[in-house]
Design a protein around this ligand. Structure first.
Ligand SMILES: Cc1cc2nc3c(=O)[nH]c(=O)nc-3n(C[C@H](O)[C@H](O)[C@H](O)COP(=O)(O)O)c2cc1C
Length: 212
């Protein structure tokens, strides 16, 4: 059975193309594999707090000294980490806001990056501990960043790839929904290309899991 973790993060609600294409991808996986389960984390509707002094105090304090507030803050991080650890496939819908991920998605990564749980520093430097996952990221953006003059200013895709790899998730596919602020025609083209890729990705993912 495939456990899917579906993380969405666009503040644009029902208008979000990253969420819509990611929904299609998840539906495609479930069409191929009806036994697949889905855990949803809607970070825009249910935002996480920011990592702050209270949280960092909890992370670094010995367990026996934790206050009820520190226990609560760590329980949230533990729950998010448990969700990624339990998933076989992680689908992340990411809207580009001011050239990078939303603060909601950044907060999620801040809570799942836990020294000793999801990464550690060893003799050979950092080692990601979240291994064996297949990750698909659906990124929606107003402009075109895959090629052309804006390419160096995509701070969404390189960062997502890097932080996932830092945590051990290296089997990553990215589906881009580009040109969403470039007029209806270009926007539709971006959605159609991404939807097609989502369908193919769903079939390939289920095929690969069946063959494994
Ligand atoms: C506040 C705001 C900031 C944005 N910043 C950028 C940006 O820096 N670059 C860009 O290409 N598009 C930008 N956009 C356009 C969004 O990336 C685009 O609408 C995309 O479809 C958002 O993803 P979503 O459809 O999943 O919500 C911005 C949109 C909003 C609302």
């Amino acid at each position: 059975m495939t456990n899917i973790l579906f993380v969405s993060s666009s503040p644009r609600g029902a208008a979000s193309q990253s969420t819509k294409v990611a929904e299609q991808l998840v539906a495609g996986i479930r069409a191929e594999d009806p036994s697949a389960t889905v855990t949803r984390r809607d970070l825009a509707r249910h935002p996480l707090p920011h990592v702050d002094e209270a949280y960092l105090g909890a992370v670094f304090a010995p367990a026996e000294t934790h206050t009820p507030e520190q226990t609560k803050l760590l329980a949230l991080s533990d729950e998010l980490v448990a969700e990624i650890q339990a998933a076989d496939v992680i689908v992340i819908a990411s809207a580009m806001i001011n050239f990078t991920v939303t603060s909601q998605l950044k907060a999620w990564f801040d809570f799942i990056a836990r020294a000793g749980k999801t990464f550690r520093y060893g003799a050979n430097g950092p080692e990601g501990l979240v291994t064996g996952k297949r990750v698909v990221v659906v990124e929606a953006k107003g402009g075109i960043y895959s090629d052309g003059p804006m390419k160096p200013h995509d701070y969404q895709q390189p960062w997502i790839r890097f932080i996932l790899g830092f945590l051990g998730m290296t089997d990553v596919e990215i589906i881009q929904v580009e040109g969403q602020a470039m007029g209806p025609e270009r926007a539709e083209q971006g959605v159609a290309e991404a939807a097609e890729k989502a369908g193919a990705t769903a079939r390939a993912l289920v095929g690969r899991r069946a063959a494994a």
